[in-house]
Design a protein around this ligand. Structure first.
Ligand code: ADP
Ligand code: GLC
Length: 483
C-alpha cells in the first residue's frame, strides 16, 4: 500500500543527536522507503542547523505563523544528511548556544513552549499539507510523534481537527514525560475542558507525553518487552495506568541499527568480519594503546550517557573481583557530574585496567566497539538500547541487565543456550551490584574458554539486527491504520 508519514522529533542522525532517539529517527526513513512509505522528518532549526537554511541550500519556506509563542515561526522543506526534512525556524525558541534541551545554565526554562511550537507546526503541516518545490503538494497520511517533545502533535490533531491525518505516538523513554504546570494549559493551546484525570491532567499538572498517549491513534514503544514493562508501576513511572487503559492499541517494535553506519566490515581502520578477525585483534591493541590499558582478560567497554538509568553507579562495588580476575574497562560517556567523577575515580583506582574519557565522541565510540571484547549495559531500565546491538554486530559480547530491549536482543549464555549453540551474551537481573559482579565473574570464565568465546562471538555477529524486520512491522502498523 504505502503512503506518506510526517515523523516529528527533537533529534535525528546525522543532524543533531544526544542519544538513541536520534539514531532511530534518522534511520527510519530509509528503512521505510523500501516498504513504500515516504517519510519526512520535522525538527527544530537549532543554531547549528540554521546554516542549512541559507540561500543556495535548497530549502524553501512552506509555512509560516507570526505569533508562534512570542515570535515568528517558519517551516522550511529541503534535503540534508540523506533525510527529507522540515525544519522549523523560530529563532526566539531555537537559535541558542547549547544543546537541544539545555544551555550552559541547565534546562531551558521554556522547553514546554519550545516543543509545543514544534508539535503545533507539525500538526498544521499534517492537517493542511504544504506545497514543496515545483508545486508538488505534500500532505501526510500519518503523523508519527517521537517522545514527549512531539507529544502535543497528536493532541493538537485531536483537539483542533485531524484533517484526515492519523497519528502514532512512539515512546523511546517513558522517564522523560514533558511535565509542565497546569497554569500553562491555555498558553499551550490545550482545551480547558480536557483538564481532568482521564485526559490531560497529570498529577495536578500537564505532561506532553501523556497528552500524546491519550490522543494518538496508536502507541508504540521500542521493544516488545518494554511495552509490557511500562504497564507496571516499576517501569511505567506514573503512566502505567494510561498505557494499560489503552493496551489494545499499544505495541512494541524493536529498534534496528543502521548497518550502513555500524558494520565492522565498513570501518576505515582495522575492518574485520566474522570470518576474518585479524582486524579486531589489531583494533583491541590500538584501543589499549589509546586508553593506556594493559588488560590480560576481557577488555570491556561502556559507551553511554552517565545517568541513573544506565546503572553505572554500580560499577565501583561490582568491579573489584572482575579486575582481580584479569578484566579491564574502557569508558566513554558524559552526563551527571557525580557519575562522571565516579568513573574517573575508578580509573584512578585501577590504572592500566580502567580508563575513562569524559565527553561525546562518535568516532571514538566506533573504536571502542571494534576493539572491545565485551560491552557493558547495566541499565536499570532500557526501552531498547542500541549499544548492545552495536556490540553484537562487532563481535563485542554484550553483558546486559535483563530489562526492556536488552532482554529482547541478547540470548544469555545459560547451559541450555550454550548446549543449543545459540547464546550471544550474558544477562543478569536484578540491576544491582551483586548480580552485576556475578555476571562479570561469568564473563571472565567464558573468556577464559576460547572455544566457547569464539562460538559466542560467531553467534553474536550472525544475529540479524538491521531494520528490515522492524521496518516491516511499522509498515504493517501504518497500513492497518489507513485501512
Ligand atoms: P539512550 O538513547 O538511552 O542514551 P541508546 O543505547 O538507545 O541509549 O543510544 C545511545 C546512543 O548514543 C548510541 O548510539 C551510543 O553509541 C551513543 N552514545 C552515548 N554516549 C556516547 C558518547 N559519550 N560518545 C559517543 N556516542 C555516545
Ligand atoms: C531512548 C532509550 C533507548 C532507546 C532509544 C531509541 O533513548 O533510552 O533505550 O534505544 O531511545 O529508541
Amino acid at each position: 500500500m504505502g503512503g506518506r508519514v510526517l515523523s516529528v522529533a527533537s533529534e535525528a542522525v546525522p543532524l543533531i543527536k544526544t542519544g538513541g532517539l536520534a539514531d532511530v529517527v534518522g534511520a527510519l526513513p530509509a528503512a521505510l522507503a523500501g516498504a513504500g512509505w515516504e517519510m519526512r522528518v520535522m525538527l527544530p532549526a537549532y543554531r547549528p542547523l540554521r546554516g542549512l537554511l541559507a540561500r543556495g541550500g535548497g530549502f524553501r519556506e512552506v509555512m509560516r505563523e507570526d505569533g508562534l509563542w512570542g515570535g515568528e515561526g517558519r517551516v522550511f522543506a529541503g534535503e540534508a544528511g540523506g533525510l527529507s526534512l522540515f525544519l522549523l525556524d523560530a529563532p526566539h525558541l531555537y537559535d541558542r548556544e547549547g544543546g537541544p534541551y539545555h544551555g550552559p545554565g541547565g534546562d531551558w526554562g521554556d522547553n514546554a513552549q519550545r516543543f509545543a511550537a514544534l508539535s503545533w507546526m507539525a500538526a498544521r503541516v499534517a492537517r493542511e499539507g504544504v506545497t514543496l518545490a515545483r508545486g508538488k503538494a505534500w500532505k501526510p497520511d500519518i503523523l508519527h510523534a517521537h517522545d514527549w517533545q512531539a507529544g502535543l502533535a497528536p493532541a493538537y490533531l485531536a483537539y483542533h481537527g485531524p484533517g484526515g491525518c492519523a497519528s502514532v505516538m512512539t515512546v523511546h523513554n517513558i522517564a522523560f514525560q514533558g511535565h509542565a504546570p497546569a497554569r500553562l494549559l491555555a498558553e499551550l493551546r490545550l482545551p480547558p475542558a480536557e483538564f481532568h484525570a482521564d485526559a490531560l491532567e497529570y498529577y495536578g499538572g500537564l505532561s506532553s507525553l501523556k497528552a500524546g498517549l491519550i490522543t494518538a491513534d496508536r502507541i508504540t514503544t521500542v521493544s516488545p518487552n518494554y511495552a509490557d514493562e511500562i504497564m507496571r508501576p516499576e517501569f511505567g513511572l506514573g503512566l502505567q495506568g494510561v498505557l494499560a487503559a489503552r493496551s489494545t492499541v499499544v505495541s512494541g517494535i524493536l529498534n534496528g541499527i543502521d548497518t550502513g553506519l555500524w558494520s565492522p566490515e565498513a570501518e576505515p581502520e582495522n575492518p574485520y568480519s566474522a570470518r576474518a578477525l585479524a582486524g579486531k585483534a589489531k583494533a583491541r591493541a590500538g584501543l589499549q594503546a589509546e586508553f593506556g590499558l594493559s588488560v590480560p582478560g576481557p577488555l570491556t567497554v561502556l559507551v553511554s550517557r552517565l545517568t541513573d538509568q544506565k546503572g553505572v553507579d554500580l560499577l565501583p562495588a561490582a568491579l573489584p573481583d572482575f579486575i582481580e580476575g584479569g578484566g579491564g574497562l574502557a569508558v566513554l560517556g558524559s552526563g551527571d557530574p557525580g557519575a562522571e567523577a565516579q568513573m574517573l575515580a575508578l580509573a584512578a583506582r585501577w590504572p592500566g585496567r580502567v580508563s575513562v574519557r569524559i565527553g561525546y565522541d562518535e568516532a571514538l565510540s566506533h573504536r571502542l566497539f571494534q576493539g572491545g571484547d565485551a560491552v557493558l549495559v547495566p541499565s536499570r531500565f532500557e526501552p531498547c538500547g542500541l549499544t548492545q546491538m552495536y556490540g553484537l554486530r562487532y563481535g563485542t559480547i554484550p553483558l546486559v541487565a535483563a530489562v526492556g530491549g536488552l532482554a529482547d536482543t541478547v540470548i544469555h549464555a545459560s547451559p541450555a543456550a550454550l548446549a543449543a549453540g545459540v547464546a550471544t551474551g550474558i544477562t543478569f537481573w536484578p540491576t544491582d551490584a551483586l548480580a552485576l559482579a556475578q555476571a562479570l565473574r561469568r564473563l571472565n570464565a567464558l573468556y577464559a574458554d576460547q572455544k566457547i568465546w569464539s562460538r559466542l562471538r560467531r553467534n553474536a555477529m550472525a544475529q540479524e539486527n538491521g531494520w528490515s524486520v522492524s521496518a516491516g512491522a511499522y509498515a504493517a502498523l501504518y497500513e492497518g491504520m489507513l485501512r
